[in-house]
Write a protein that binds this ligand. Structure first.
Ligand code: PLP
Length: 399
């Protein structure tokens, strides 16, 4: 099948809910992906932050294949060996107090569960979220997501969600009161443009919600699993979640979400109150176990920190040469460049030169490559970016 067939077939049958890039990806290895003509790309999207250990990692592929030959479907109402192993491996890398997990199929679902735990365990309704935050697009998660473009056509959303300004202590103090069930926060805002809050503010949110008798729900769906150069980004900002939400890369791209809390907290939901047909699927769990093994064996969290520092330094160097760049932000391999203009054309030009990048809002370029990316691949990204920025500058800025 050639290129036009693939794109025409998808366009003929699928809902047009995604802004598509004109590329058909059919294969990947490590930090590289390939189109059907053999064109290669350094993948700085990581399939939206999902590809943690590298594309089609042989150990993950083997684990999926051997589990698929053994058992594909097993509902949570019966026990399963692959699920048990994954639960114990995941627990071993979590903070010790977070010792029970609920498995679902996406980040948004992990958030839905966290909201229900908070409301039921406190007997309260108010959830305090943050302006600029993103938590998914199902109705509960969307009620916590900030951006009006996702929300406005679906109101009324779930009641009793309020949004406080990012990094603002005064309004946090006024808003987090003893009717608050929970504060829901990303340790680094991802879709909001890779924004790192101050440690002081995150500690304040923790103190305020605990003094009020509510829970701290931490969304590490994008930041977790080594993305920021630590296993969890909460470590950078010194917070301890009461409920931790994970998703994206924890099964290397098979659908998964996890809502994790201490025994007493998670037990506030009783049997049958929150389940999902596919949660804890054996094939997904086998992929998850292999992902954790590779993450640890290949020391990818260290690589994320080291190569991330190299990448960030390279971006800062470029900033010295390009007036079109406004700010470089991020930690580990969760990086962004805020531009003075819309980044759409930059993304297309970079794609044409063999680099896939993401945006995060209109004028922010975002980089979420697999954590196994090497410095020579980062150099290639920086060289393409530099050329692309030169062209944009000529087009957009008077000399
Ligand atoms: C921080 C954060 N929370 C939640 C979600 C929603 O995850 P999903 O798209 O798997 O529902 C995302 C997805 O980008 C995210 O970045």
């Amino acid at each position: 099948m050639n290129l036009p067939d693939t794109q025409k077939m998808e366009d003929a049958h699928l809902a047009r809910y995604y802004a598509r890039k004109p590329v058909t990806i059919i294969r990947g290895t490590g930090a590289m992906v390939y189109d059907e003509k053999g064109g290669e790309y350094v993948d700085c999207t990581g399939a939206y932050g999902v590809c943690i250990v590298g594309h089609a990692h042989p150990k993950v592929a083997r684990a999926i294949s051997s589990q698929a030959k053994k058992l594909i479907a097993c509902h949570g109402s019966t026990y399963n060996d692959a699920r048990a192993l994954f639960a114990s491996k995941l627990s071993a890398i979590l903070p010790t107090e977070l010792n029970r997990l609920f498995l679902s199929n996406s980040g948004a679902e992990a958030i839905e569960c966290a909201i229900k735990i908070a409301r039921k365990s406190t007997g309260r309704r108010k959830i305090v979220a943050v302006k600029g935050g993103f938590h998914g697009k199902t109705h509960g998660a969307l009620s916590a997501t900030w951006d009006a473009k996702y929300r406005k056509n679906f109101e009324p959303l779930v009641p009793d969600f309020v949004h406080i300004p990012f990094d603002n202590s005064e309004i946090a103090k006024e808003t987090i009161t003893n009717d608050t069930a929970a504060v829901l926060v990303e340790p680094i805002q991802g879709e909001g443009g890779i924004r790192i809050p101050s440690k002081e503010w995150m500690m304040l949110l923790t103190d305020l919600v605990h003094d009020a008798g509510g829970l701290l729900l931490v969304d590490e769906i994008q930041t977790g699993f080594g993305r920021t150069g630590r296993m969890f980004a909460s470590e950078h900002v010194g917070i301890k979640p009461d409920v931790l939400c994970l998703g994206k890369g924890i099964a290397s791209g098979l659908p998964i979400g996890a809502t994790i809390a201490a025994e007493d907290t998670i037990a506030s939901l009783s049997v049958g109150e929150h389940t999902t047909t596919f949660g804890g699927n054996p094939v997904v769990c086998a992929a998850g176990s292999a992902t954790i093994d590779v993450l640890l064996e290949e020391r990818l969290v260290d690589n994320s920190r080291k190569v991330g520092e190299y990448f960030k330094a390279g971006l800062l160097d470029l900033m010295g040469a390009h007036r079109i760049m406004r700010e470089v932000r991020g930690l580990g391999l969760m990086l962004a460049v805020e531009m003075r203009f819309d980044v759409h054309q930059i993304l297309i030009n970079a794609l044409n030169e063999g680099v896939l990048m993401l945006d995060a809002g209109r004028n922010v370029l975002r980089f979420l490559p697999p954590l196994c990316i090497r410095t020579n691949q980062v150099e290639r990204v920086l060289a393409v970016l530099s050329r692309t920025l030169e062209r944009e500058e000529l087009a957009k800025l008077p000399s």
